[in-house]
Every structure is written in structure tokens, then in C-alpha cells.
Design a protein around this ligand. Structure first.
Ligand code: 0OW
Length: 326
């Protein structure tokens, strides 16, 4: 086969594998069996081995980098990655809504999102290609963990539009991955992780991407940082657009037109929470209109247009039946 034919075959295989990967890791709705995906990926690896000059950074074969890093570089967030004020009960939520309504003369609507208990992450795409990923750090300075984030299969290495955009979300370890990891660590006589959040943080702090790649992390995107071409009017439109671009967004978000509706949503998920396949530690409530977010602005470190309702910490009761009676 000549290089021209190889290029065409490689392109076809890449497009197929990117589509299959999106269906499986982002939409959780595969159209082909795993064996088909694995067979096509093997074919692509072989072709790229034969024609290494045709390998590109966004090829599905390039998720796990070869060399461990010596250290993580520092990254400046030009748009600060904020933290959230907390609400602990219904009255706190009503106070939040009252303060917000005093800061604007137009009626307010909100977006409620599950508060994923993971690590806040920033992903930068240039002309549609994933070029850098970073931790939130202290909100203005984070760490460049691009090589580890490339191993998260639900993070697209390139997106459909040639956008230059910085998107933000929460990297996390699903319950299934957490239980498997701790079982494995227990078998190897290693200390188990206390919770999925620590396990996710520990995994993304690994200097060797081959270790991060084995931890089966995932991500939900929920916001935008730097975006010159950004011209959307509301947070809900942004969530829809992130999904259109091929990003994994959490499907449980809901637009609410009153604080009553917000309280209903919070009460629903307070009981529904144990049925999720990942850890949440609350609900994030945001004013939907970006213009009103601007109007409301920030306190010293938190937006006035968003709040985190925190669920009471779950007591971890080890039932006698769970404990091996040694
Ligand atoms: N953990 C989350 O699921 C989450 C979310 N769904 N939405 C936001 O929006 C915030 C970000 C800055 C202003 C609003 N923040 C979240 O988590 C924050 C990020 C940093 C501290 C919290 O973990």
C-alpha cells in the first residue's frame, strides 16, 4: 500500500473510532460492540506503526503519552476559576435568591446542576484541538496536567468546530472505578483511597500518564472560561452548546423559573442521590442570564450569581455485616 492509500485508510479509521468513542464515553450509548472498537483501534495502530509520519496528536492512538513528567508546569488562569459560597438549608437558598433579585431589576431564572464531587478542571482548545488541561489550583494559578487529562476517554482530543475556547468542568472517579481501584490496592497491600474525590485527585497528580490512564476517570463540563467568539446570552445555552461541540455534560441540569422550583429540585436529588453512579456533594444553583451574572458580580472570592447547596455529610456507618469479623 502506498502512503496515499494509507492516509485515506487512517483517516477513515480515525473518524470511525472518534464516532464510536463519542457514543461510548460521552453519550453512554455505543452503536458497536467493544470488540469492533478494539479491532479498528488495532488496525489503526498497525497502520500508524507502518507510516509513523502520518501520526497526529488527535489520533485515538495518542491518548496515553509515553514518558512520565519530572514535574507539572504552572498555569495562569486569565479568567479566575472561582469557588462557591455555600447554602445549608432552605432559608439560605431563599436569602441567596433575595440578594440576587435585589441586584437586578429583571426577573431571575436559575439553572440547577448536580455538584459533582471531583476536581475542577480547565480544558483549552485552539482551532478545535485540545492543547492544554489544568487544575484549578488556587483559582488563578493551577498545574498543567494535559498528559493525564488526555487519558480521560470522554475528553475529546478535537472538537467539531475549529473553536478557540476554554471550557471548565469537574473530573471525577465513578463509583465503579473507585471500588475496583480500592479492591486492587487492598490486594496489593496498599492503603485504599478514602473517597472517590481523593482517588481522582491522586490519579491526576501522577507524573506518569500510564498510571492515570488505568484509573478510569471521567469528566462533566459545565462552564466556559476564555472564549473570544462567545456570544451566547445564558448559562443554559452554553450547556447546550458544550454538548453540541462534543463535550460530556451532566444530563440532570434543569432550568428553574423560581426559587420554589430550585428547592423542589434540591429535595428530589437529596433522596435520588444514592442511585447515581458517581459522587455528588450538593447542588449548584446559578443565575441563568449572563447579563445578570455580570450585573451581580462577585464578593471577595465567590460569585453573587451562584451558590452551592451542600448535602449533610453522609455518616459512613460500616454495618457489622460488612466487616470481616477477624
Ligand atoms: N462541582 C460542580 O459540579 C460544579 C458545577 N456544576 N458548577 C460550578 O460552577 C461554578 C464555577 C465557578 C462559578 C460557578 N462549579 C462546580 O464546582 C465548583 C468548581 C470549583 C469549586 C467547586 O467544586
Amino acid at each position: 500500500m502506498d502512503i496515499q492509500q494509507a492516509q485515506e485508510q487512517i483517516q477513515t479509521l480515525r473518524e470511525l473510532l472518534i464516532q464510536y468513542g463519542h457514543e461510548y464515553y460521552v453519550l453512554d450509548n455505543p452503536s458497536v460492540p467493544d470488540s469492533e472498537y478494539d479491532q479498528k483501534l488495532q488496525e489503526l495502530r498497525k497502520l500508524e506503526e507502518e507510516f509513523p509520519e502520518l501520526i497526529t496528536a488527535d489520533s485515538p492512538t495518542q491518548r496515553v503519552g509515553a514518558e512520565p513528567l519530572d514535574a507539572f508546569q504552572k498555569v495562569q488562569h486569565n479568567v479566575p476559576m472561582l469557588s462557591l459560597g455555600n447554602a445549608f438549608n432552605e432559608q439560605d437558598l431563599r436569602d441567596f435568591a433575595r440578594r440576587a433579585s435585589q441586584g437586578t431589576d429583571k426577573p431571575l431564572s436559575y439553572v440547577c446542576e448536580l455538584k459533582i464531587d471531583g476536581l475542577a478542571i480547565s480544558l483549552t482548545y485552539e482551532n478545535g484541538r485540545f492543547v492544554r488541561g489544568a487544575t484549578r489550583g488556587d483559582g488563578t494559578t493551577g498545574e498543567d496536567i494535559t498528559s493525564n487529562l488526555r487519558t480521560i476517554r470522554s475528553i475529546p482530543l478535537s472538537i467539531k468546530e475549529k473553536e478557540t475556547i476554554e471550557v471548565r468542568g469537574e473530573a471525577f472517579m465513578p463509583h465503579k472505578s473507585f471500588l475496583a481501584l480500592n479492591k486492587n490496592r487492598d490486594e496489593n497491600g496498599e492503603e485504599p483511597f478514602a473517597n472517590p474525590r481523593n482517588a481522582a485527585a491522586g490519579s491526576l497528580r501522577q507524573l506518569d500518564p500510564k498510571i492515570a490512564a488505568k484509573r478510569n476517570l471521567d469528566i462533566f463540563l459545565y462552564g466556559v472560561g476564555e472564549w473570544e467568539a462567545g456570544n451566547l446570552q445564558s448559562h443554559s445555552e452554553r450547556l447546550k452548546y458544550l454538548k453540541e461541540l462534543g463535550f460530556k455534560t451532566n444530563p440532570e441540569w434543569k432550568k428553574c423559573s423560581s426559587i420554589e422550583e430550585v428547592i423542589e429540585y434540591v429535595e428530589y436529588w437529596a433522596t435520588e442521590r444514592p442511585n447515581l453512579s458517581y459522587e455528588i456533594d450538593g447542588i449548584v444553583i446559578k443565575v441563568d442570564s449572563l447579563e445578570q451574572q455580570e450585573e451581580l458580580g462577585f464578593t471577595a472570592k465567590n460569585p453573587r450569581w451562584a451558590i452551592a447547596y451542600k448535602f449533610p455529610a453522609e455518616e459512613v456507618v460500616t454495618k457489622l455485616t460488612d466487616v470481616e469479623l477477624s
